[in-house]
Design a protein around this ligand. Structure first.
Ligand code: ADP
Length: 319
């Protein structure tokens, strides 16, 4: 009973009053001192151990953190490599399509150049002047076609490389458009004409000239290409409030309804144009250029009646 009470009170040992001798006392004190020493030692070891566990836990946490970071970097690198690979594949695809299309599309204008050039050498008298001029015209338009195809490919590859940027400057839209129209007029079909009109009091715009020129040339040449001889291509550039519009309307072959959803896909050509030269790249370029300039592109078309392309650009006067 005494033993139990002493233990409950926290004693390591005890001596019963009047029953112990100096020897027992001395032994008991020595035992207690030794015991206290061991206890202190154990506590010290325990604290050290806890400290080491804490340190190791921190080291492990750090190692896990670093591993996770490395993992994230690896994953990012993996995605980037995958993207680069995809891009490379697309470029490769583009290049092989270029070879196919170029070899196909170059043949017709090149044979026109060849035949017209050899015919010109045969027309020697002054009466043949008209015929000569006709063939010179054919050569010019064939070379123009070739240049267009090359320009389209160049634009696509520059876009793929992210090299096309919006570099606006201030210019007069009306005189700029008139110049483009004059240039394009020379490449229209027999009797075809471009009717150009600017609308609105404002004429000065702050836009990228290079991109605008390319967009206009593409739309006007499509207008001519996909409509008959002696037809008119209507071109207007109204500035209304805070928007600039480019509108190109033709009364040509139009676009079949079932082809409309693919119109802006690179290399896509509608089923009613198989006899007309083209790469199927122009509209894709136009759409991207318009987006780069912060604008929008819409069109309406009715088979055998005509097509209207409308581009809406933000009007910012920077004078
Ligand atoms: P391309 O004219 O070289 O074929 P585009 O990208 O300029 O290439 O046009 C893609 C297709 O859209 C054309 O092949 C044609 O089917 C159709 N298209 C474009 N503009 C017109 C238009 N003004 N009238 C009728 N069809 C058009």
């Amino acid at each position: 009973e005494t033993d139990e009470k002493a233990m409950r009170a926290g004693a390591q040992d005890y001596l019963v009053k009047g029953t112990f001798n100096p020897y027992d006392l001395e032994r008991s004190i020595r035992y207690s001192i030794e015991h206290a020493k061991s206890l202190a030692e154990i506590q010290k070891l325990n604290t050290e151990l806890e400290q080491r566990v804490e340190e190791r836990t921190q080291e492990l946490a750090m190692a896990i953190h670093n591993l996770e970071k490395a993992n994230r970097t690896l994953k990012k690198a993996q995605t980037e490599i995958y993207k680069a690979l995809q891009k490379e594949k697309e470029l490769h695809e583009l290049k092989s399509r270029f070879v196919t299309i170029a070899s196909h599309e170059f043949r017709t204008p090149l044979s026109t150049v060849l035949s017209s050039a050899s015919l010109i050498t045969k027309y020697k008298s002054a009466e043949d002047d008209e015929k000569r001029l006709k063939h010179v015209g054919r050569i010019k338009s064939a070379v123009h076609n070739l240049t267009n195809i090359l320009n389209d490919f160049l634009s696509i590859s520059r876009m793929e490389e992210g090299k096309i940027h919006n570099v606006p400057s201030t210019f007069d839209l009306q005189s700029f458009s008139s110049e483009v129209v004059d240039e394009m007029q020379g490449f229209m079909k027999e009797g075809q004409r471009i009717h150009y009109q600017h609308e609105g009091d404002q004429q000065t715009v702050y836009l990228d000239k290079q991109l605008m020129r390319n967009v206009m040339i593409n739309l006007l040449s499509n207008g001519g290409k996909y409509s008959g001889e002696a037809s008119t291509i209507w071109f207007t550039t109204p500035i209304i409030g805070d928007i600039v519009k480019l509108e190109v309307r033709d009364e040509g072959i139009g676009i079949p309804d079932e082809d409309k959803s693919h119109l802006f896909t690179p290399f896509f050509r509608a089923q009613n144009v198989t006899n007309i030269q083209g790469t199927g790249l122009g509209l894709n370029i136009v759409k991207k250029y318009v987006e780069i300039m912060g604008g929008e592109l819409r069109y309406e078309s009715q088979l055998d009646h005509g097509t209207t392309f409308t581009i809406t650009l933000p009007y910012t006067a920077q004078i």
